[in-house]
Design a protein around this ligand. Structure first.
Ligand SMILES: [Zn+2]
Length: 436
């Protein structure tokens, strides 16, 4: 009897072992099956795929024997941070993020469709080439253009870049990083758009207040220097002058809680996904050693760090009456997905201020010819080593050309001088693309 019990137990254990093994196999098959199936076929399953821009221009194509990119070298380099490559070197490109979907790999049959799968992105390769060459061969920087009504990203470039056709050529340092999504920068004065929003909502008498700039402003025992002597200013004038003395006072008037809440609510402290491709979170000080640091943070210096994509989301929402159209990289017929990011009345006020900046201080006839209804803010962010990051961000308040943009030139100098012309060339090309 004892012998039979032992045998039954052994069979039971054996059965459990088999069930466990099968479960493990199925789980691993679901998780890694594609890689197993594709292992012996090399780069892919044997089926072909094509990655195209919104106009049908080929960005990358592959089949059983070939992993190719655009035949045009400028397109390959300009679009590298959009396509990524077949070896996952950038880690954030469409070829990595959408590889499974491009192949339409089937778990049940272990195969893919035999017809080349067309995969179409929202970007316009021609605008990307313009944007990349505007940022420049010898500079480091990022530029993005997005339709703020639909959320479609039309251009996303990062320099230095990579020509993926030749894996043997050494690439520039940090060239694999997409600076639009995967980097953060000191924002400088573009951050005044956030400080102003906090003040608009939480300083009740803001519109009737004036702020004095005598070239420097002492808070605690800390001197805050300005780029000029701006005298008495309204909040609009302080924004257009990008006056540090006024914004130190405005930040303190709004207070830490209001500033922090707006920075957080507007998404500057979170990472996002651009249709499955992740972006990095920015940072903002959570503890202040008093008003001087609060003042510096409201000016965009202190330890503030902002991802260009987060700034683009914010200005795109301001452009669209406070509603953010979820940014998209995959072209689809689905309607825009709208969520409120900024209060409508705050967005309206910020839009007026950004328009006033351009009209009164950015000399649009000379700096932005052919571009109407431009609303923008410059930033010249000190890095601490004597150089500055140049920012220029904003949008066209024009339903015919509903574009929001962000440009950052790393250690590029002044915002209007270094980043402004990049925005100008991208916007001019986008307007021309629409038929003027
Ligand atoms: Zn000033």
């Amino acid at each position: 009897m004892k012998k039979i019990t032992t045998r039954a137990l052994s069979v039971l254990l054996l059965a459990l072992g088999i069930i466990f093994g099968m479960t493990l196999f199925v789980l691993r098959y679901v998780d890694e099956g594609r890689d197993w199936a594709l292992y012996f076929a090399g780069a892919n399953s044997g089926a072909g795929g094509e990655l195209r821009d919104r106009n049908g221009e080929l960005l990358a194509s592959f089949d059983a024997t070939r992993s190719a990119f655009s035949a045009d070298g400028e397109t390959r380099v300009a679009c590298y941070h959009i396509t990524g490559d077949y070896w996952d070197r950038s880690g954030t490109g469409a070829l990595s993020a959408y590889w499974d979907r491009m192949q339409e790999y089937s778990l049940l049959s272990g195969t893919t469709k035999k017809e080349p799968r067309q995969f179409t992105l929202t970007v316009d390769a021609s605008l990307c080439r313009t944007a990349y060459f505007a940022v420049g061969y010898n500079r480091r920087g990022a530029a993005m253009l997005m339709n703020y009504r639909t959320g479609e990203v039309l251009a996303m470039v990062s320099a230095p870049s990579v020509d993926p056709i030749n894996g043997e050529v050494p690439v520039a340092e940090s060239a694999f990083i997409n600076r639009c999504l995967s980097a953060t920068f000191a924002p400088g004065s573009v951050f005044k758009l956030v400080t102003a929003a906090a003040a608009i909502e939480d300083v009740p008498d803001l519109s009737s207040r004036s702020f004095l700039c005598e070239g420097e402003y002492t808070i605690g025992s800390v001197d805050i220097h300005c780029t000029g002597v701006h005298g008495w200013q309204s909040v609009e004038q302080a924004m257009a002058n990008s006056c540090n003395c006024a914004f130190a006072q405005i930040a303190v008037a709004a207070g830490y809680n209001s500033l922090y809440r707006h920075v957080k609510d507007y998404g500057f402290l979170d990472g996002y996904e651009l249709d499955g491709i992740p972006s990095v979170a920015g940072s903002y000080r959570t503890e202040f050693a008093g008003n001087p640091e609060l003042a510096w943070s409201g000016i965009g210096q202190s330890t503030d760090l902002v991802c260009p994509f987060a700034m683009l989301r914010y200005v795109a929402a301001i452009a669209n009456d406070g509603m953010l159209a979820r940014p998209r990289l995959i072209l689809t017929d689905e309607p825009a997905e709208l969520t409120r990011l900024v209060e409508a009345s705050t967005a309206k006020k910020l839009k007026e201020m950004m328009s006033y900046n351009v009209v009164t201080h950015y000399d649009p006839a000379n700096n932005f010819p052919g571009i109407s209804h431009l609303c923008a803010k410059t930033g010249t962010a000190e890095t601490g080593d004597g150089s500055s990051h140049a920012w220029f961000t904003g949008f066209l308040d024009d339903p015919s050309h509903p574009y929001a943009f962000v440009v950052v030139i790393e250690r590029g100098g002044g915002g209007l001088q270094a980043a402004g012309p990049v925005a100008r060339r991208i916007l001019q090309a986008a307007i021309a693309r629409d038929g003027g």
